[in-house]
Write a protein that binds this ligand. Sequence first.
Ligand code: PLP
Ligand code: COI
Length: 341
Amino acid sequence: MDNELDWKNLTFGYMPTDYNVRCRYRNGEWGEIEVSQSEMIDLHMAATCLHYGQEIFEGLKAFRGKDGKIRVFRLEENARRIRESAKGLMMAQLPEEKFIEMVKKVVALNARFVPPYGSGASLYIRPIEIGTSAQVGVKPASEYLFIIFVSPVGPYFKTGFRPTKICIMRQYDRVAPRGTGRWKVGGNYAASLTAGVHAHELGYSAVLYLDPKEKKYLDECGPANFIAIKDGVYITPASDSILPSITNKSLMQLAEDMGIKVECRHITVDELDEVDEAAAVGTAAVASPVGEIDDLDTGKKYVIAKDGNPGPVVTRLYDTLRGIQNGDLPDPHGWCTIIEE
Ligand code: PLP
Ligand code: COI
């Protein structure tokens, strides 16, 4: 194939691959898994996903190891989380086993797009579910389409594993206090676009949102959870309006395995003055070091990476996570699923 693909210089974007897999929910049940070579979907103009936002998605990755094997990271967790998102929007819930089967199938079918070991790139797996039946009244659909496609990707932040600058802007919220923030709902991302574009225009890689009720505590970044290291302790916001990140959950486990104390609690903006390291963590972001956080309302700049380099704890956590994903390190928690090609 395309061994001419420039794996080392991939960005985080869409690239066509050979196949996607699909499953439809009709008459109260999920059908058979279909393999498709089309990048298009045929959709009714009155489908609920188009009018009332019945759209949810997931993001996970597959990696090629030095041993040549393909490993998918924690797919059972994504299978569970998308069921929670579906429940949140009154959508049909895909059984976890079906999700797992679809992921295994789509990765195996597109094995030639899994970037080689050492390239730093990975195969991003994007499951989506949409309400497809025609409706004009505001009601949940009776039919749904679940699709999983894949795309080889490089780093989410242009800087890669280098500290980036993010900002706090109180005029924007991405979710409501008791809204959809804990689910992976397309509308959350639509609601974040104005702030995201504004932040990019000002030279920041992401917005660090505050809790939408009191604007007092840190919530999360546009596409990732927020973590910090303070006096040797791993701290990360406890909040009902953030996505329960599988990467964050994994890093918390790895931190504990290393003997690092983990605290999931409210973090005030002022506390940023006392943190030694920070990172944006997620499937796409992995653990991207945050070097500086500018509060654009108060004018205060929290410089975290004082020497401009990623800190030691974030580096160790990043290396351990990536080592497990690549199969370079033992996988003591059984997080990787090997794909039969
Ligand atoms: N928070 C938001 C808003 C996200 O979009 C993501 C990405 O999936 C995350 C956090 C990180 O979650 P995960 O580590 O499960 O990818
Ligand atoms: C992910 O990390 O998988 C995401 O979904 C983040 C972003 C690309 C929306």
